[in-house]
Ligand binder design. Structure first.
Ligand SMILES: [Zn+2]
Length: 463
């Protein structure tokens, strides 16, 4: 049955950034068939009242470790080092296939709830093919659009990427518009470049590579240079974070056409480096946005847009102040972060012909932001600014993916099934960890030294 969203403020995000103060979006089958005011629609079309709301393209998250969603909030006070110790060294192996399934199910539903219609599942917990089967089972159980970025932190990529097991798995499952495939691994900078075999496997399989690059203490300029010198930097490559890199590496990324997935909340808190959009803008590198993991953060690109604007402007002001200058006009605009959250993600995934904007012929991935009970949803004067700084995921009223309503009147499908699966995973991990459960969640706080204060010797009393 066709569906029309009526009388919304429509941000098409088309090439001309057309904004309709009052317009309709008509979906039929999988596709958008018309965008405009007062559309004539076929008989039997379902009407959704979008008045008072903003209609925008579904958002696209290019880097989420969905399998970790069952540990929601656990690592809120972690650094990247503590994350690496917990997942890579100590406890990552305790995740069974059903635990990957549970995390993916919950994370996938959460993404739809927040208006994220396409998510790259950066799935580096696939320690066996059974884990990979479970990951895909979950992604297929959620009516969102996904890209499985296949990875395995428990084994070297030059072992798992060329393996027959991976090829068999790829041959067994079905891939397409709703579920794409990439390979996900990191490049250590070892001069012998052992990752070469993994890149060759990706090339043989016709798959893009996504890689955590420019992560303080983990990956650096050497990895970028080795990729460049061996011909593995392509327009399809996604560089995640790219926060601790030299201008030379940014030039190599720009020249080879790849894009950077910026996870600002993650970079600000975990320590990969300063969120790099202020650098990427200068180097002309395409940007998409991502939320990384729910171990700290949410699956909510409103947070990503807001944090990214703040971090970029914060840095611009700081750099100017260091030169005794004042920024009078911000370079980064709200419109730009909305673009990164939509079109930017589509471009990074090579899907610009299908998603990222509201135009006839594109897939009907549509978000209605509307909350008549909220004092924050009026007046809507600057729609891009409203999305970036005023709206939040609770205001996501309706979500369509591939022409199908997956969230209606503020309610998303699939929450109960995800809760049941995740409850079992949490029980399993609590029993495996024992006393380490609480200590892992509560890392030691380093001592804070209070500075000597010359004013302590006066008679002043604050109360
Ligand atoms: Zn990551």
């Amino acid at each position: 049955m066709p569906i029309v969203l009526r009388n919304g403020l429509v941000l098409t995000m088309d090439d001309r950034r057309t904004v309709l103060a009052r317009g309709d979006v008509l979906a039929d089958g999988e596709d958008i068939v018309a965008v405009g005011p007062d559309l004539e629609v076929p008989e039997g079309t379902e009407e959704i009242d979008a008045s008072g709301g903003i209609v925008m393209p579904g958002m696209i998250d290019t880097h989420r470790h969905l399998w970790q969603t069952a540990m929601r909030g656990y690592g809120a006070d972690w650094t990247l080092t503590q994350y690496f110790v917990w997942y890579y060294l100590e406890w990552g192996r305790k995740f069974r296939p059903q635990d990957v399934y549970a995390g993916n199910l919950l994370g996938g539903v959460e993404a739809l709830d927040a208006g994220v219609t396409t998510t790259v599942d950066w799935s580096h917990g696939l320690q066996t093919v059974d884990h990979a089967e479970a990951a895909v089972d979950a992604l297929e159980a959620v009516p969102g659009r996904f890209v499985l970025a296949y990875g395995n932190i428990q084994q070297a990529p030059w072992d798992w990427a060329p393996s027959a097991g991976l090829r068999d798995f790829i041959g067994r499952r079905s891939w397409g518009d709703m579920l794409g495939l990439q390979l996900a691994f990191d490049v250590t900078g070892d001069p012998a470049f052992p990752e070469k075999a993994a890149f060759e496997a990706a090339r043989d399989l016709g798959l893009a590579v996504t890689t955590h690059a420019g992560v303080w203490g983990a990956t650096n300029d050497d990895g970028i240079r080795l990729m460049y010198e061996n011909g593995f930097m392509t327009p399809e490559t996604t560089y995640v974070h790219a926060a601790t890199l030299s201008p030379d590496s940014y030039h190599r990324i720009a020249a080879t056409g790849g894009s950077v997935s910026v996870s600002t909340e993650s970079e600000q808190s975990a320590g990969q480096g300063y969120p790099p959009t202020w650098q990427l803008r200068h180097h002309g590198i395409p940007v998409s946005l991502s939320m990384d993991t729910s171990v700290w953060w949410s699956g909510d690109l409103f947070s990503a847009m807001r944090a990214t604007l703040g971090a970029d402007r914060s840095r611009e002001h700081l750099e100017a102040h260091l030169r005794s200058e004042t920024v009078t006009h911000c370079h980064l605009r709200a419109e730009q972060v909305v673009e990164w959250a939509t079109r930017g993600g589509a471009a990074a995934l090579g899907l610009s012909d299908r998603i990222g904007s509201l135009e006839p012929g594109k897939k009907a991935d549509v978000v209605l932001i509307k909350n008549d009970a909220s004092p924050v949803m009026f007046p809507i004067l600057n729609p891009y600014g409203h999305i970036a700084f005023q709206a939040q995921r609770g205001d996501v009223h309706t979500v369509l993916v591939n022409g199908r309503v997956v969230k209606r009147d503020g309610r998303v499908e699939g929450v109960d099934a995800a809760r049941a699966a995740v409850t079992q995973t949490v029980d399993h991990l609590m029993s495996e960890l024992g006393d380490a459960w609480l200590s892992g969640m509560n890392p030691d706080i380093p001592e804070t030294k209070i500075l000597d204060n010359p004013y302590m010797y006066t008679n002043y009393r604050s109360s």
